[in-house]
Design a protein around this ligand. Sequence first.
Ligand code: BG6
Length: 489
Amino acid sequence: MNHIKTKFPENFLWGGATAANQIEGAFDVAGKGLSVDDVIERINPEERDKGLHLPFPSSTEIRETLETEEQRHFPKRYGIDFYHRYKEDIALFKELGFKAFRLSIAWTRIFPNGIEEKPNEAGLAYYDDLLDELLRNDIQPIVTLSHYEMPLHLSMEFGGWANRIVIDHFVRFAETVLDRYKTKVKYWITFNEINSILMSPFISGGILRDQVKEGNVLQATFQAAHHQLLASARAVEACHRIVPNGQIGCMVLGMINYPNSPHPEDVLSALQDQHKTFFFTDVQVRGHYPSYMNRFFAEHGISVNKQPEDDAILKNNLVDFVSLSYYMSTVAARPEVSGEQAAGNILTNMKNPYLKASDWGWQIDPVGLRTLLNMFYERYEMPLFIVENGLGAFDKVEEDGRIHDQYRIDYLKQHIEQMKEAIGDGVDLIGYTAWGPIDLVSFSTSEMSKRYGFIYVDLDDEGYGTLERSRKDSFYWYKEVIASNGENL
Ligand code: BG6
């Protein structure tokens, strides 16, 4: 058998990905309002291994939180101070050879409470400077419009995305930034991991526990998901209208669900889990609700309230590419079979005996990435973009200040090899932005000790440190990967 040798395309977008709320800090600077992330407390380390940690607070709990004086319990308010240090950090990205950098624009810097008629000029000017700095360094910005960053006011006053009114507020924000940065940004992403709302009603959807009618959380989250899908379609329309040659994609948490055994009902369970991811991409790529959801809605007492214009909005505004995060795979079984649960941040299920896991118990599965890319590409025949992938691990700083993170190199190397195989399979893959190229605050646990970076940041879980940046071994490795366009792994 001849083994075909595949290469990454010449213009492949190598780089790194972040989110404003996990790096910027400066939560109360230059008119910024509070977002849902600013009220998330750091996890107690003893809770770390006990499953998912997705907060679902009530409005009373949020009010109590807002009265707490102990700011340091809320690491996302401080991030890694990228807000003030972005020039230094972009210089390091340039040294790495980045072609692209994925960032999000904090909604609350532009519309502090989400409802203002006019944007906050200081917030817009900040991103002008940041984007210019990227362009000066020949780094293509990839901008996510919404990465878990809803203004807290929209959550407290309107019930978050469960309320249709939020769509118009979001579209005003989207049109404002699309217009302002239309000559600087070509690639846009609407909602980060839009499928995460099913597990994370508050951070992804701004829904508070006491706002859910009759305790029917699933009903509220699917209604909110419908509003996000409409908002995403309207952002697609706005991008195509406003940004010359703009490309705008959807983004999902990419999860592959294996059946626990060849038992036909295990296979069916895995398919049904997979549908919960495909539902979101199907709507945004094909422009309508897939029929498999009808049965799911009927069996779970869900009735999504749609307006007459909704079908046309979804149908007429299709995305240009599909982007995804990929960290792990999971296993599904028929309901009567139970097994040990694997860890993860948003979606997970049973443990896979064939896989090793990260320091945080996430199952490492490079081949799963190849399979998943094939599944997406067969389904849509549309460009794919991996906009997050990486290993969250404890790093040790040696006495000479160096960090030997061979485990991170191994993880990334194995995943990049499988991307190459997927390209050989015929997948149109346009880029790869590794998650957290510089250590940042964890989304799910708000820890600093869970590090993803090529660049180390001297900051601990309590918020102490010099914030100094230094290069890990993986820095030099990734630089060579980019310089050789994926040939030297
Ligand atoms: C993704 C999110 O789910 O995973 C990122 O889009 C997040 O925001 C990343 O940081 C890694 O998860 P965590 O919980 O380890 O930070």
